[in-house]
Design a protein around this ligand. Structure first.
Ligand SMILES: Nc1ncnc2c1ncn2[C@@H]1O[C@H](COP(=O)(O)OP(=O)(O)OP(=O)(O)O)[C@@H](O)[C@H]1O
Ligand SMILES: Cc1ncc(CO)c(N)n1
Ligand SMILES: [Mg+2]
Length: 588
């Protein structure tokens, strides 16, 4: 069996049973090789894995100085979800602060460059250190001066940070001379990080050249192959592709593919400068294309959107997000920030900055972890009637489900009185947070906001997903019930994070609910660009048939009665968890 980590790194074979690996983190290294950094809770050392995609060699690391250890030499790893002794996951971080290092130019007007990166990371709750490559004199009229820093200064800044601090993700912006790419390469070889986000900044929006033609070959030959994602705008994509003209979404897809062939693992071609009514970006991961669409905000305050987008992607990756989730959150973040600051008035020129820190105005969420599709594996949905029947309090029921192995919880209290529901939600949230399990609220956006739950699940006739998103902000989890491929595609376009599809089997929990069967579920999964959780009448006797559909997007099952219409919720959950774990390969 083979498992793909959230960061897309693959392992095979099964020789590692006694070692518990927590905190998987992929990073690129050198000599065309990828590495992964592990922390072993039993050995209490950091270990890095250097190697090709299949065979990995473990290195241990003490206080930053990495040396090879024979104990792990040549070891082949298997991430085996069904065996709890190896958990390849990116969620446990020992309370370490997620950290992005930005290597970019200073923008005196503070809308783009280093200043945008610092503000974006702050708004995302991520620490940001800085390596300044150039100092620009820039305002809302344009760029008046550029002073490039010496190679020695840039090298010293990078080393200073990387030799001391634990950096999760490096993000690059303005790299005005080829030697800076080499310095970056050499430093990352010595101090590997989880991911490299490359914003191939070349020209400012006002038309000023920020990195001249001399950089082009280095970008193509050295920088792009190192990148986990590269984020060109239309003009930069064109320059990188020898003047290819980009006018349509199909052109952008073609460009994304050609850029991917140059070595980066993911490509985002940004369409901010395309004259269309929506702002559409194309994301390509080497396999699938995703069209990321948001409304175009009519505003002069769009200077620095590109830097902001790349920093937000880096910040989300540093928090442990998968690449696609990071890009989606970043897209929403830019849209929300532009909307929020569309009328602010800074400077007299044609290109104003926007306010990155909008989120500081909101209470920041106390849950740092982003949504991970594997959270949908065993999705527990509560039911007040069932709890009453068995004499369980809602908190006891939630606790028991989590202890039995539930990976996400939804409170579905159809007939609860609002004040009571809120108190119950707050208590459940405390339990979920202590286990690092996301808590969603069915339908009631107001309750979710009042208790700062991790998200909301809505049905087709509840509040529309785009309205829920506007209320909850870019980071919260939104799920939506879908019965058809059309519903699924709309859910993606509206900005949901996952879909629940069913009823797969007949159920008493929901009156007048049409059953779509396994075939209906499969059709939705195949069409969906979002992860899917199956729901409706799923229990110990039929869960296997659901998981064995073997469709990639199907990440788990959502269950009400089979967990909560029982005397012992914990043991029922445990049984279902064990059964699910036994079934087909799934991605964790
Ligand atoms: N007016 C707008 N409304 C909504 N989204 C926008 C708008 N302008 C740009 N975007 C989005 O912002 C992100 C950055 O894209 P853009 O093409 O502007 O990058 P860029 O040209 O590198 O930015 P800059 O050079 O100003 O830093 C993309 O997701 C894009 O779709
Ligand atoms: C310093 C700097 N970096 C990047 C950009 C691109 O927006 C800019 N205008 N200035
Ligand atoms: Mg732009």
């Amino acid at each position: 069996m083979e498992s793909t980590s959230p960061a897309g790194f693959q392992f095979q074979s099964n020789e590692l049973h006694s070692m518990k690996v927590i905190n998987f983190r992929s990073s690129y290294i050198f000599d065309d090789r990828r590495s992964a950094v592990f922390e072993m809770c039993n050995t209490k050392v950091n270990a890095a894995v250097y190697g090709s995609r299949e065979i990995c060699t473990l290195f241990s690391s003490k206080q930053g100085s990495r040396h090879r250890t024979n104990q792990f030499g040549g070891l082949t790893l298997k991430a085996m979800p069904e065996q709890k002794d190896i958990t390849v996951t990116n969620r446990s971080r020992d309370n370490r602060t997620p950290h992005v290092l930005t290597m970019a130019g200073s923008d005196s007007g503070a809308g783009a460059g280093i200043q945008a990166d610092l503000k974006t990371c702050a708004a995302c709750g991520v620490y940001c250190s800085t390596v300044i490559t150039a100092v620009t004199a820039q305002n809302t009229h344009g760029v008046q001066d550029v002073s490039i820093l010496s190679a020695e200064s840039v090298a010293a800044q990078l080393k200073s940070i990387l030799s001391d601090m634990h950096v999760d993700v490096v993000k690059t912006g303005m790299l005005p001379s080829p030697v800076m790419v080499k310095i970056l390469h050499d430093n990352l070889k010595q101090f590997p990080v989880q991911a490299l986000v490359v914003d191939p900044v070349m020209v400012s929006t006002s038309g000023h050249v920020l990195a001249g033609p001399s950089i082009l070959d280095t970008f193509k030959q050295d920088l792009l192959p190192m990148a986990d994602i590269v984020t060109p705008n239309i003009k930069e994509a064109s320059v990188l592709l020898d003047g290819l003209q980009l006018q349509t979404l199909d052109d952008m897809r073609l460009a994304a593919k050609s850029l991917h062939d140059m070595g980066p693992r993911n490509v985002l071609v940004k369409g901010g400068d395309l004259p269309s009514s929506d702002a559409v970006d194309i994301f390509f991961n080497g396999k699938d294309f995703y069209e990321l669409r948001s409304s175009r905000i009519q505003s002069r305050n769009t200077h620095g959107t590109g830097c902001t987008m790349a920093s937000c992607i880096a910040a989300e990756l540093a928090k442990g997000s998968s690449m696609l989730s990071a890009v989606k959150v970043a897209k929403r973040y830019v849209e929300t920030a532009l909307k929020y600051s569309k009328d602010i008035n800074i400077g007299n020129g044609p290109q104003g900055p926007f306010d990155h820190t909008l989120k500081l105005l909101r209470k920041t969420s106390s849950r740092l972890q982003p949504f991970d599709p594997s959270d949908l594996f065993l999705y527990a949905v509560t039911d007040s009637g069932m709890n009453k029947k068995w004499g369980h309090s809602i908190t006891d029921a939630v606790k028991a489900a989590i202890e039995g192995g539930a990976t996400i919880v939804q409170l579905r209290e159809k007939d609860a009185e609002t004040g009571e529901f809120l108190e119950a939600a707050k208590a459940c949230l405390e339990i979920c947070r202590s286990h690092n399990i996301p808590l969603l609220i069915n339908d009631r956006v107001d309750i979710a906001m009042a208790c700062d739950a991790d998200g909301v699940h809505v049905g087709q006739s509840d509040m529309p997903v785009n309205k829920v998103r506007a209320l909850l902000g870019p980071e919260k989890i939104i799920g939506v019930s879908c019965k058809t491929p059309e519903h699924a595609l709309k859910a993606w376009a509206d900005g949901a994070d996952y879909i629940g599809s069913g009823g797969v089997f007949p159920t008493n929990t929901k009156a007048n609910n049409r059953t779509i069967g396994l075939d209906g579920l499969k059709a939705v999964c195949v069409a969906s660009k979002l992860p899917v959780v199956a729901i409706g009448g799923i229990n110990l006797s039929n869960a296997r048939s659901v998981m064995e559909l073997g469709v990639e997007n199907l990440k788990g099952v959502a269950v009400v009665s089979a967990l909560f219409d029982r005397d012992c919720v914990e043991s029922e959950t445990r049984k279902l968890h064990a059964l699910l774990t036994e079934t087909v390969t799934y991605n964790r």
